[in-house]
Design a protein around this ligand. Structure first.
Ligand code: CTP
Length: 276
């Protein structure tokens, strides 16, 4: 922000240069000046400065007033008190989406499995461990959400029974009976209300587009963010990702990019396609 104190010609040129660099100029007011003279050069009234700042930030906050839910990271399904079945999800993609949504002014709830990331400020973080806990946390807030992004790598199966004590090794092999976990996206997708936008993720190794479109229908999503493991650099762990955005009538392939840029692309795509 720049307060114009002297409206000379060279100042006007400087103001134009600053505005061209993205600065906002709040014009000075006319009236009695500190020098005792009358003219243009008084500091703008504080109310006018606040109004200009509010307008500035409103234009940068296209998701203001929108509630956004993001699931992120892996889940851990316990075998006994010290062991679990998990996966390699780092949570980076989901955290980047939550951060980008908060920067765009949204009211963000981030439901996160165990990750070694620091949550960005300015959002509601709900830490969970298992698929069942992730379902409970998302289900309890889903109804109020405008946009829900399911980027978590939720375990599809969990041990059917969890041993109370640490399982001792024996000379024989071992089998663990597994049962299905709740499909959070599919269950909440079935409850989707008019106006809610649901985004799912898909990690595929073959027939990528066909599978992504099937997932879009089956889970009642508006958008599937497709990762193909055939694309170099895509998938878990790294700081970059390569995705294709798939809707019912559009397929948009993105380049390999840092995850925070992909996050902004996804949110811009949602705003363009679904929020008029
Ligand atoms: N998902 C979920 N709850 C689960 C499993 C998956 O919410 N129990 C969500 C993920 O967060 C992601 C999408 O569903 O958005 C990924 O689904 P995926 O596991 O790939 O789908 P499936 O149909 O289970 O895949 P596949 O048939 O390929 O195993």
């Amino acid at each position: 922000m720049d307060l114009d104190m002297h409206a000379s010609a060279s100042n006007q040129a400087n103001i134009k240069t600053l505005e061209s660099r993205g600065f906002v100029h709040i014009p000075s007011a006319a009236g009695e000046l500190a020098s005792g003279l009358e003219g243009t050069g008084r500091m703008a009234e504080p109310e006018d400065i606040i109004l200009a700042m509010e307008n500035f930030f409103a234009s940068k906050a296209p998701l203001r007033g929108k509630k956004v839910l993001v699931t992120a990271g892996p889940t851990r399904e316990p075998i006994d008190p010290v062991r679990f079945i998990g996966n390699r999800s780092s949570g980076k993609m989901g955290y980047a989406i939550a951060e980008a949504a908060a920067q765009l002014g949204a009211d963000v709830s981030l439901v996160s499995g165990p990750v070694s990331l620091t949550a960005p400020g300015g959002l509601r973080l709900i830490n969970v461990e298992t698929a069942a806990e992730m379902y409970d946390a998302t289900n309890s807030v889903f109804e109020d959400m405008d946009i829900a992004v399911f980027s978590a790598a939720v375990a599809d199966y969990r041990p059917a029974t969890v041993a109370d004590q640490k399982i001792k090794k024996s000379d024989k092999g071992m089998q663990i009976e597994m049962e299905k976990t709740v499909d959070i996206l599919q269950t909440l997708g079935a409850k989707k209300k008019k106006g809610q936008i649901i985004v799912g993720f898909a990690l595929e190794t073959e027939n990528e587009l066909e599978n992504a479109k099937g997932k879009l229908e089956r889970k009642n999503c508006d958008l599937i963010v497709l990762n193909s493991l055939r694309d170099q650099g895509a998938g878990f762990g790294g700081d970059k990702n390569k995705v294709t955005l798939v809707t019912r009538n559009k397929t948009q392939e993105e380049e390999l990019k840092p995850k925070n840029e992909i996050a902004r692309d996804i949110l811009n795509f949602i705003m363009r396609e679904f929020i008029k």
